[in-house]
Design a protein around this ligand. Structure first.
Ligand SMILES: CC(=O)[C@@H](O)[C@H](O)COP(=O)(O)O
Ligand SMILES: NCC(=O)COP(=O)(O)O
Length: 237
């Protein structure tokens, strides 16, 4: 069964809008876990526009499910992850000025760098995942970095599916198959939602985990967090 990790960046965005502590991020994360989510994802960015580095330290001791920290492996991020020792780190090649993550790693060009960073996290017992586009040569490159898992960047699927193009899932199904054959675990995320998740999860084999934030928190405005998470969990059964 595919695990659901809830990305709580957007809860931090709301909190930061007023500079106080409402909504309280730790409380929200604990509630999300109690509603059945199997993981909590955060993606601290250098400008701390949503998740702050301090949030990671506050969350770590209270979480009871898998903690997944995503981000670009700059030194500050590497230090944070090593201190927090989450279950999983997901490396994302964030561009400086990007509104959100908008590309996967070039695992061929950055192979040596990824190898080095991944080895350090693995040495400290942290499972590694790297964010990749659904391209076979990038999956092959990922396998050579020593990473435990890949996270398939699902935006092009989400856009295609919303337009009615069901073939948009094909590269994902093929890359997941290849990754599995190469011994890699398969995660996926970005713009997954209640509309597209069932189809994605049915069509893509070997999916271990999806991390979902933007759509889930938006849907929760209408349905409430508990009901929304239950709806996601039903789709992943
Ligand atoms: C890695 C990824 O897919 C992103 O979706 C990210 O985790 C979300 O980041 P923002 O919340 O900053 O858009
Ligand atoms: N890794 C993807 C993630 O955590 C959430 O992405 P999104 O659902 O906010 O697009």
């Amino acid at each position: 069964m595919t695990k659901l990790s809830v990305n709580i960046n957007k809860i931090a965005t709301l909190r930061n809008a007023r500079g106080g502590d409402v909504p309280n991020l730790v409380e929200a994360a604990k509630n999300i876990e109690s509603y059945g989510a199997e993981g909590i994802t955060v993606h601290p960015r250098p400008d701390e526009r949503h998740i702050r580095y301090a949030d990671v330290h506050d969350l770590k001791p209270v979480l009871t499910t898998e903690f997944n920290i995503e981000g670009k492996p700059i030194q500050q991020f590497i230090d944070l992850v090593l201190e927090a020792a989450p279950a999983q780190v997901t490396l994302v090649p964030d561009a400086e000025d990007a509104i959100t993550s908008n590309a996967g790693w070039d695992t061929i060009k950055h192979k040596e760098y990824l190898k080095e960073v991944i080895a350090e996290f693995k040495y400290h017992g942290i499972r590694t995942s790297i964010f990749v586009d659904p391209e076979k040569k990038m999956i092959e490159g990922a396998a050579e970095t020593g990473t435990d898992r890949i996270e398939l960047y699902t935006e092009s699927f989400a856009v295609g599916y919303a337009r009615g193009d069901k073939n948009a899932v094909k590269p994902y199904a093929e890359c997941a198959g290849l990754a599995h054959k190469l011994g890699l675990g398969v995660n996926a995320g970005h713009d997954l939602s209640l509309q597209n998740l069932k189809f994605f999860n049915t069509e893509v084999p070997h999916l271990a985990e999806v991390s979902i934030g933007h759509a889930l928190i938006s849907e929760a405005l209408y349905m409430g967090l508990e009901k929304t998470i239950q709806e996601y969990l039903k789709l992943l059964k």
